[in-house]
Design a protein around this ligand. Sequence first.
Ligand code: SIN
Length: 483
Amino acid sequence: MLDGSISYQTDAYVNGDWITAASGARFDVINPATGEVIASVSDLGHLDVERAIAAATAAFPGWSGRIAIDRANALKRWFNLILKHEEQLAQIMTKEQGKPLAEARGEIRYAASFVEWFSEEARRVYGDVIPAHTTETRLLTLKQAVGVVAAITPWNFPAAMITRKVGAALAAGCTVLVKPSELTPLTALALADLAEKAGIPAGVFNVVTTSDPEQFSVPVMSSFDVRKISFTGSTAVGKMLLRRAADSVKRVSLELGGNAPFIVFDDANLEAAVEGAIASKYRNAGQTCVCSNRIYVQEGILPRFSALFAERVSQLQVGPGTSSTCDIGPLINQKAVDKVQRLIKNATEGGAKVLLGGSLSPLGGTFFAPTILIGGQDSMDISKEEIFGPVSVLYSFTTEEEVIQRANDTAFGLAAYFYTQNLARSWRVSEQLEYGIVGINTGLISTAVGPFGGMKESGLGREGSRYGIDEYLETKFVCVGGL
Ligand code: SIN
């Protein structure tokens, strides 16, 4: 089994079967680099989704009842298969999502690292013995799986956002229905193929493909059997799901939008700050929730920083993700291009100047040139909305107090970054930033071993790390009397 090669799947994966929609409907998946249709995928409707919920519900007692090492071993086999098929998975991902192959390979390794991490955490789900309040009682806590989980995952990380949720859920003993983005279902189906080959039992991990998110969310949110929802995506959709979860009081984890400040103090190592800003801004063509959205540079070093930054950004190559020299692939679709263009227009009308790029790349389509705007103002739309494109905006600031106030002046609170060589400032600023993740002297904060999640309207709960599994566990208090 472990040697089985990956199969290219286009049907949904429910209860261990590859299924088509009862209606026979299918939807197209488009390569954003070429605009070509690359697959036609089963387009499930709400009745198919109800069958999937029933399958996950039926599988729950068996899976949660296994001893932890059994679940850990199944996850370990899945991890090994994902790594073994890194290249094939990366090729599928680049084709449907557009990111450069090197980044796609990196994402597959990142995705696998969550499965490995949670395969290990499965064996460390401990309860407690609590000192009792009377001599006749004994008190303890048990940690138990919350039940059936519905996970809704985005197109920007078609593999890692699935394994970050599913790894933790399966380790805890939950069964899962994943609805991948309709833009990138093929990576999810390839992961399901490998999960099946790893021996994860029927009904435990289901991939429900649909072009209409409501066909998934209406039956899932109204089902009492689905006890938890985990969503990565926009704040607007997250709020809607949170409201709908109230009717059956589901547990909710939300990883929503960001508006990351990236602050460069005048005591920073400038070259390192430039590299950090590039890493945090231009990864995945700027299409991540933790991409720096506002680059604040202390006024005295702004001219030097912007010159160095522009020189480095101008070297970034735009092209199809399959090209070995490309650093920046296409944006996911025309809607993404329209948003980036609207934000640039609003900023330049408000007085920002284009230092680099500012328009589509000569390749056309949805390829956008790496862009730098200078003279950003906090009142501009671009400083309030998530850009989700390869566009940096430089803002000038004077004092530490001022920049912290400006950095925190947003409803979002996912990731923030700053560069300084001053130790006292490192502590001060990291404590004052109202963000769930703070990068000091680094532009890359993503790892399976660190807790990922936001404050304020950026979300609820944490993924990855030793905290991630808690989201899928109930704490049951057992009070033994009459001793
Ligand atoms: C995201 O953009 O939602 C996730 C980014 C990451 O895990 O690094």
